[in-house]
Write a protein that binds this ligand. Structure first.
Ligand code: PEP
Ligand code: MN
Length: 343
């Protein structure tokens, strides 16, 4: 349910409506808009009569929302959400590029790659300290040491950092060390982790599960928003299909599909979709062409020695080319690729 306040409703009326909603055991989520404030209601709405709120001072109308997702939907918030990651804004006109190695392998490796991607124009640095690996015998990430490396490299290079929280045990640690917490594809429906991410105080990058529908992705994001964290960026990273010419199939249509329903930004990860470096560029172009708010790309300066995902890593030179192409393509879709703007 959505309580739409009148344009001339003030703080007092909004607070009054929030109190009334809460007095029925429901959660109120005020959503300030350019024109007016709306208050999203979640909880067991079924038992509540909309007329209870319609007559409150300052209330224009009460809208019943039939979608399963509420806080993430455009019905609740018509304007695009812009997510601020250490000063870098995702979801506005600018295309944001997140780049870096799949895994943090050492201080020197992370520093070299961070400097290279920054020089090429990346806005955020990625790198996993905790890695979700298919085999328990594969490199699992450097853990705490990896996070310490990311903090040092961020301070030295000046790029805000995105890194994955694999479970609730490490979530607070990851949130403290990073500028954005990544929830990986395998964890998209780990509801305990999603709820904790909603309380972690940092923006969240939520990757689509490889077998998840758009509805399931949006409902996963709903868990995070319901805990009070609206700073969520979605990521299309490819889904499982019968295709064997790529690792996954980048579902480019999901990007405009999500944007139609939701105000949350959505970026694409062509690296995990392609699984092979020769398809990262064409998939990046396609994602930008359909309106993605940004890209996340894996880069390694010695891909054959990478401890994870070497086959899909771009060399720094190839990443530079990708940035040049994206800069050329951006104006066609009314976007821009800003020069580095972080703090
Ligand atoms: C990653 O980004 O490093 C990663 C493991 O991606 P995904 O969760 O999409 O597989
Ligand atoms: Mn990877």
């Amino acid at each position: 349910m959505l309580v739409v306040m009148r344009m001339d409703a003030g703080e007092k009326e909004i607070r009054g409506a929030v109190r009334k909603i809460e007095s029925h055991g429901l959660k109120a989520h005020p959503i300030p808009g350019a024109q007016r404030t709306a208050i999203g209601i979640t909880g067991n709405i079924g038992v509540v009569e909309p007329a209870l709120f319609e007559t409150l001072p300052g209330v224009l109308e009460v809208i019943q929302v039939s979608n399963p997702y509420k806080l993430v939907s455009r019905e609740f918030r018509p304007e695009n959400t812009v997510v601020d990651v250490g000063g870098v804004k995702i979801g506005g006109r600018d295309l944001v590029v997140i780049a870096g190695p799949c895994s943090v392998e050492s201080y020197d490796q992370t520093l070299r790659i961070a400097k290279a991607v920054k020089a090429a124009g990346a806005h955020l640095l990625r790198g996993g300290a905790y890695k979700p690996r298919t085999s328990p015998y594969s490199f699992q990430g450097l853990g705490t040491e990896g996070l310490e490396i990311l903090v040092r490299v961020r301070d030295e290079v000046g790029l805000p950092v995105v890194t994955e929280a694999l479970d609730i045990d490490v979530l607070d640690q990851v949130a403290a060390a990073s500028d954005m917490v990544q929830i990986g594809a395998r964890n998209m429906q780990n509801y305990t982790l999603l709820k904790r991410a909603g309380r972690c105080g940092k923006p969240v990058l939520l990757k689509r599960g490889m077998s998840a529908t758009v509805t399931e992705l949006l409902l996963a994001a709903e868990y995070i928003l319901d805990q009070g964290n609206s700073q969520v960026v979605l990521c299309e990273r490819g889904v499982r299909t019968f295709a064997d010419h790529t690792r996954n199939t980048l579902d480019v249509a999901s990007i405009p599909a999500v944007q139609r329903i939701s105000h949350l930004p959505i970026i694409a990860d062509p690296s995990h979709a392609a699984g092979r470096r020769n398809k990262v560029m064409p998939l990046s172009r396609s994602a930008v062409a359909v309106g993605a708010d940004g890209l996340m790309v894996e880069v390694h300066d010695a891909p054959e020695e990478a401890l994870s995902d070497g086959n899909q890593a771009l060399s720094p030179a190839a990443f530079e080319e990708l940035m040049a192409e994206i800069r050329a393509l951006a104006p066609v879709v009314d976007r821009a690729v800003p020069s580095y703007v972080g703090s």
